[in-house]
Design a protein around this ligand. Structure first.
Ligand SMILES: [Zn+2]
Length: 51
C-alpha cells in the first residue's frame, strides 16, 4: 500500500500495521509525514509546533 507524498508526489509505502498518528519519512524528499487517517488513506506533512 502506498500513497503519494504531499511534497514531491513520490509513492510513500504505508506499513500494513501503521496506526493513525504514525510518523513516516519520504524516501525521496526526506520530509516527515504523519498518517492522519487509514480509511480513507491520508497523510500530511508533519510539522512540529515550536513557539
Ligand atoms: Zn516526498
Amino acid at each position: 500500500m502506498t500513497t503519494p507524498c504531499p511534497e514531491c508526489t513520490t509513492a510513500v509505502p504505508i506499513p500494513a500495521d501503521a496506526i493513525e498518528g504514525e510518523l513516516l519519512v519520504c524516501d525521496h524528499c526526506a520530509v516527515e509525514l504523519e498518517l492522519v487517517s487509514r480509511t480513507p488513506l491520508r497523510i500530511e506533512v508533519f510539522e512540529e509546533e515550536e513557539k
